[in-house]
Design a protein around this ligand. Structure first.
Ligand code: IPD
Length: 262
């Protein structure tokens, strides 16, 4: 696993440099719509192709599931790299530096490696199963721990919601969170919000309908940082599912609050 782990970190850096170059000249990008409120540009596609190419050369027997080519994915979901080339595309296209390159490696339906790179802030969040969660930034490496927060009152929780899916369940969850005194944010990139849960910056993150490439690596970061994650189990690798990751001491309360949706 260590060769894959080292490779994933280096590859995220390489892909992140290409993505950051596109970000810095984003006015030139032609923006397309994949569906209502669902944007894409050549930046997403180029970065995914780069990652896919490099992985195929280094690990030719591994499988690949990427956001931009997910429609092509068939077969078993094992020994599989799961990639979101730019998670937070809407932020990216608007010039908001809250997006990331997300790379995970899955075996036996569980993420063994999770890597989330925030190129705008030079932060590389990474974890390997059993090896802890870490952040490399400006030449330093720091171990990550989820927050010690033990009550929802005053907790700082990311509440993701994609623009393309009006869904009244979110109103119910938000109403309950407001009543519980939770400070809610949606920074618009699921994997990076999960990385920030791992780092203890956020106390939790919830999204009721999330794709695996937005979730699985970030959830591994939360687990390796000592946090709680609800089982993330889409019925098929390309289906969506509810995602919850948080500091361990607020897990029971957040699970109760999000019932029956998570
Ligand atoms: C999206 C972001 C967003 C979340 C959506 C995702 P994308 O990913 O993570 O925060 O609310 O559900 O689809 O499309 O920018 O890669």
């Amino acid at each position: 696993m260590n060769d894959r782990y080292a490779f994933a970190r280096a590859l995220a850096r390489e892909a992140g440099a290409v993505a950051l170059d596109y970000f810095n000249r984003r006015e030139q990008l032609v923006v397309e719509l994949k569906g209502p409120g669902d944007f894409v540009s050549i930046a997403d596609r180029d970065v995914e192709q780069l990652i896919r190419r490099e992985l195929a050369t280094a690990f030719p027997n591994d499988r690949f599931l990427g956001e931009e080519t997910a429609g092509e994915f068939v077969g078993a979901f094992d020994r599989c790299w799961v990639v979101d080339p730019i998670d937070g595309t809407h932020n990216f296209l608007r010039g908001i530096p809250y997006w990331n390159v997300a790379i995970a490696y899955v075996e036996n339906a569980s993420a063994q490696i999770g890597v989330v790179l925030d190129p705008s802030h030079d932060e590389l969040f990474h974890a390997v199963r059993g090896g802890g969660a870490w952040c490399d930034s400006r030449g330093k490496t720091k171990r990550l721990h989820t927050a010690a927060t033990d009550t929802l009152d005053g907790a700082f929780v990311g509440s993701g919601h994609h623009d393309r899916s009006p869904d009244s369940r979110y109103l119910d969850v938000r109403r309950k969170m407001m009543a519980a005194g939770v400070a809610m944010r949606n920074f618009g990139s699921a994997a990076l919000q999960l990385a920030h849960v791992a780092a203890g910056r956020l106390d939790g993150f919830i999204e009721l309908d999330l794709s695996i490439w937005d979730a699985i690596g970030g959830l591994a970061l939360v687990e390796e940082a000592g946090g709680y994650t609800a089982p993330f189990a889409p019925s098929h690798a390309t289906d969506r599912s509810a995602c919850l990751g948080c500091a361990p001491e607020i897990a029971a309360a957040l699970v109760e609050l999000t019932k029956p949706f998570v």
